[in-house]
Ligand binder design. Structure first.
Ligand code: SAM
Ligand code: FES
Length: 356
């Protein structure tokens, strides 16, 4: 490898325009304090140059914890019979969204749930239309795999963003984590196909992996970052895997805060102009200043919870999830403090991504 005189390998890599997979692996393996400082500084510089200082927010409304899937890692998987299930009525979903936009100031409402067919195509379509009738905002969907025809209909109803994670770019690991049944056919290829199709429909698409999954290696994480670029996605939403005791993965180690932070930084350096969120799972691993550190290492997006307090405890995808005892108002205020503490401001516009 060619190196400049007196330039360390790290400086050389950080000075390149395009990184190879080997470069990405090198960066993800950094562990010395000074090196990490340099990595995060570079990511922050790239974020500033390509995205600017605004931090955008999406209010997440977790409207149902019913799920027909049995993903091995997930606390709301169908087979978790310990969990009390809830569904929020469509009319209440609309009211909660209205409050989040018209009173708390959110410009995006992200509707999230398990894969719950109770909410038919018509019901979701009506929810989207009614929210948009009453609120000046974007509607984003995080409702799992549905037919592309349904997603087209939701787009026509006005939804503009979709969040659907690829979970891991390692097909073998994906297969082990997603048991298929006649009802749910979970294949890596199908997930990637859907992500590409959603982009063709016109959605701004967010996706990403969990970090620290059993058997996942640094090489896989580097592939995850390369996959962002291959899919030309708009937003990276990745977080640590956090082991849930009431799942078949009980006893496995969780992902770490540091690896997740490095993933955010390297993704920023590689993908440059996409949006990158500091996720709730990341905040769960470092409640003190996890989001602040992520915002200073390449992230530009926060997703505070707007779910009514009484349901929050029941939407624990992983244990000890943050903000279980808070209400939407608390979270909206908390986020303002986080953003101003790092000298940034909350974006007042819809926060559409630059990447087409
Ligand atoms: N059903 C929709 C879907 O599958 O896209 C949205 C809800 S799903 C619960 C949202 C995300 O939660 C998943 O994509 C997964 O990455 C994450 N998740 C689930 N269990 C987790 C765990 N134990 N640790 C960290 N993240 C988890
Ligand atoms: Fe919920 Fe801080 S974001 S209380």
């Amino acid at each position: 490898m060619m190196k400049g005189i007196c330039t360390s390998e790290l400086d050389y890599i950080l000075g390149k325009d395009e990184l190879t997979k080997e470069d990405i692996v090198f960066l993800l393996k950094l562990h010395k304090k000074d090196d990490l400082h340099e990595l995060f500084r570079k990511a922050d510089e790239v974020r500033q140059r390509y995205i600017g200082n605004a931090v955008h927010t999406r209010g997440i409304l977790e409207f149902s914890n019913y799920c027909k899937n049995d993903c091995l890692y997930c606390g709301i998987r169908k087979s978790n019979i310990k969990l009390k299930r809830y569904r929020i009525e469509p009319k209440d979903i609309i009211k909660i969204a209205e409050n989040a936009v018209n009173n708390l100031g959110f410009r995006t409402v992200l509707l999230q749930s398990g894969e719950d067919d109770f909410y038919s195509e018509e019901i979701i379509e009506n929810i989207i239309k009614n929210i948009l009738k009453k609120c000046n905002c974007r509607v984003a969907l995080s409702i799992g795999e549905r037919k592309i025809e349904e997603y087209k209909r939701f787009y026509e109803a006005g939804a503009r963003r979709c969040l659907i994670r690829f979970e891991t770019s390692n097909k073998e690991i994906f297969k082990k984590l997603h048991p298929s049944s006649s009802l749910t056919k979970n294949f890596f290829e199908k997930r990637i196909w859907l992500i590409r199709e959603l982009k063709k429909v016109g959605y701004q698409v967010g996706t990403g992996p969990m970090i620290g999954l059993p058997e996942q290696k640094t090489n896989d994480l580097a592939e995850d970052i390369l996959l962002y670029d291959k899919l030309n996605i708009n937003m990276a939403g990745m977080g640590p895997f956090i082991c849930h005791p009431d799942t078949p993965l009980n006893g496995n180690k969780s992902g770490t805060f540091n690896t997740t932070l490095k993933m955010i930084a390297v993704t920023r350096i590689v993908c440059k102009d996409i949006f990158i969120s500091a996720t709730t799972a990341l905040q769960t691993l470092n409640r003190i200043n996890g989001r602040e550190l992520a915002l200073q290492a390449g992230a530009n997006l926060l997703m505070p919870n707007i779910t009514p307090k009484k349901y929050r405890e029941l939407y624990q995808l992983y244990p000890n999830k943050v903000c279980i005892y808070e209400n939407p108002y608390d979270c909206a205020n908390c986020v303002k403090k986080v953003v101003s503490s790092v000298g940034r401001t909350i974006g007042k516009d819809y926060g559409d991504t630059i990447r087409k």
